[in-house]
Design a protein around this ligand. Sequence first.
Ligand SMILES: NC(=O)c1ccc[n+]([C@@H]2O[C@H](COP(=O)([O-])OP(=O)(O)OC[C@H]3O[C@@H](n4cnc5c(N)ncnc54)[C@H](O)[C@@H]3O)[C@@H](O)[C@H]2O)c1
Length: 252
Amino acid sequence: MKLANKHIFVTGGAKGIGEAIVRDAAAESASVTFIDIDEYAGNRLASELSADGKSVAFFSADVASFDQLKTAFESGVNRFGEVTGVVNNAGVNSHADPVKMTDKEWDDFFAIDMKPVWLTAKLALPAMRKAKAGSIVNICSIHGRLTYPGFFPYGAAKSAVLGLTRNLALDEGRHQIRVNAVSPGYILTELTKTWLSGESGRLERANSIQPLGRMGEPFEVAKVVTFLLSDKSTYVSGSDWAVDGGLGARSA
Ligand SMILES: NC(=O)c1ccc[n+]([C@@H]2O[C@H](COP(=O)([O-])OP(=O)(O)OC[C@H]3O[C@@H](n4cnc5c(N)ncnc54)[C@H](O)[C@@H]3O)[C@@H](O)[C@H]2O)c1
């Protein structure tokens, strides 16, 4: 019951890492509000967890729209009270060429992978400041620090999320609000499986570089997120937790 009496707001919670975060937080007794653009998967998950006695609410919303984000956030507050923890998880990949990428493609991508981290802070911080408590966890990536060719918008967005994490941690610390990042390596979700199947030999190469000899599972990220949301991590702020099976230690 690490999250008893907490209300956690999760973006992109219908599938993948976000789904695992929703499941783990609910299993640890939190009330959970989550949003996603996949209405079918979101409703299915919420129904399953509610039938199991968990306090879970799903709202269909796109993180790229501040109006939708705000409406969903306020609906969650009406249902379960003030939000005590936020997990910014929604994200997509962006493989691009710096010459061919259009202005709009750049803006659309940053509107999903970067800007919502600030927007949810804008929504959640007033009540957190008043309560003098709160935890924000930003799902970043190993690509915030180490990356590979052809992935420059993603590396830029995740580096920006790391920067925002550090600044918010400094600014909000005096209000007893903690802000941390979690940086997964290769985690077996739809996003990763689609990419791995995009080129022959990619899966074998990805497996061959893993120090633990395997890729990660979504629940292995969720366990670290739950810890950072909980009162077991009261002196942890401004940090970046690698959940990459040691991949970030590799040089060749
Ligand atoms: N899977 C990995 O290996 C990996 C590694 C490092 C970082 N990450 C990061 O973890 C996060 C989750 O990735 P995942 O692998 O679970 O992806 P996923 O595609 O499996 O799940 C992402 C979820 O976010 C939702 N979503 C996408 N765009 C949205 C939007 N505009 N508004 C609301 N919801 C939206 C999707 O519908 C989906 O439910 C992302 O931020 C990603 O960058 C993943």
